[in-house]
Design a protein around this ligand. Sequence first.
Ligand code: FAD
Length: 431
Amino acid sequence: MVPRESKGEDRSMGSNVFDVIVIGGGPAGMIAAGAAGAKGASVALLEKGDTLGVKLSITGKGRCNLAHMEEDPLKLVEPFGKNGRFILSALSRFGVKETLGFFEKRGIEITVERGSRVFPGPGQRSEDVIQALRDFMADGGVKIFTSTQVKSISVRDESEKEVLTDSGLFKASSVIIATGGLSYPETGSTGDGYRWARETGHSIVPTKPAICPIRTKESWCKTLQGLTLKNVELSLWQGGKELARRFGEMLFTHFGVSGPIVMDMAAEVDKALEKGPATMFLDLKPALDRAKLDNRILRDLKEHPREILKNGLKDLLPRAIIPVVLEVAGVDGSTKVDEVTKDQRASLVEVLKAMPLTPVDLLGYRWAVVTKGGVSLKDVNPKTMESKRVPGLFFAGEVLDLNGPTGGYNLQICWSSGFISGEEAADRAML
Ligand SMILES: Cc1cc2nc3c(=O)[nH]c(=O)nc-3n(C[C@H](O)[C@H](O)[C@H](O)COP(=O)(O)OP(=O)(O)OC[C@H]3O[C@@H](n4cnc5c(N)ncnc54)[C@H](O)[C@@H]3O)c2cc1C
């Protein structure tokens, strides 16, 4: 569904001088533009796509996991690692409570689901979140220029910046760069903001795909393509040391593995692979220890005394995975159930508890939920989101070197950094 047009949308070029220019019509850019408009600044939002919030529209499989229900800011920033503290100041002004209040005021019902994930209420979707942001921008009189690609930014001085687009030159005192990262480039996020940041003297922490499917060496993954496993456990090991562990849902694909627990482990896998080979182990029955699992297999086999082993396991496992488990365990699936030996059962148990998967690399930006790295936080004032190098230049959202796990964390960064940058950019422009 294409979002409804806001009253302020403007494809014509009238006066092109504004207090604040926001580059990028994603979540960070839209809330920043609205916040600047609410302060009374004249605001232009420049978006290269023909509509706003393309990536936002596909978040949470179209339902938009818009925040993470954790009101303690210290706990909220923990999963961001050492960079998390950067956002604390913005959270104290526009945190989870303020975010939820903001959307509720604009007609979004708030529901909290498993894992403290915040979604819009029943019947509402990402498009409703986008409409709420459009309403906010319309209230603030924001002029929206879609199909307008920014080519370059020139800093004349503290209070004059020129933004060259494919449809002409715009000028403003404050400019907010909210162009996102490099992931899912077909949504418009092609990393342009990094280039302008670099050109204006900012450091860029090298970028990498994060929250991403993983390519594996095992060719059997392809034969299981499309199979989803629930309530399984994946662990990551290197040099005899466990580096990570996740419980939940995963999926096999033609290139390897994907799904929530895989995507969440991707950053740790990537880090490990930088050092050398690593192995993931899949526990297909985490609720049963080895002895209980062996008993369970015995019981199942007794219930099918006249079957061959392959068929005797059908109550324990999804059908598709049985031949793979047998092959990895080196056990012949055509063995008669009443002839299965203790050693064969032991091999099966071993594979069911620790099926090895060899990660090769992450699948890449095209399939990554977020980008790791970005504009160095050392160059940005955490209280205002203003550049420490170029007064009047601000950064918001994923373009910053700040990325969290799935669960609504990344959009919270957009709302908090976006809102604060908008207010501050407006204040600076109207000094
Ligand atoms: C499949 C998927 C699902 C996700 N689900 C969730 C979720 O449920 N919860 C969550 O918290 N996070 C989720 N994320 C992450 C979240 O979508 C991003 O963190 C967020 O969209 C980043 O917002 P942003 O405004 O910084 O950048 P973006 O959303 O990337 O927006 C940047 C905008 O800038 C525009 N732009 C870029 N260059 C230019 C230019 N030169 N001129 C003009 N405009 C330009 C782009 O066209 C784009 O519209 C998901 C991501 C993906 C890919």
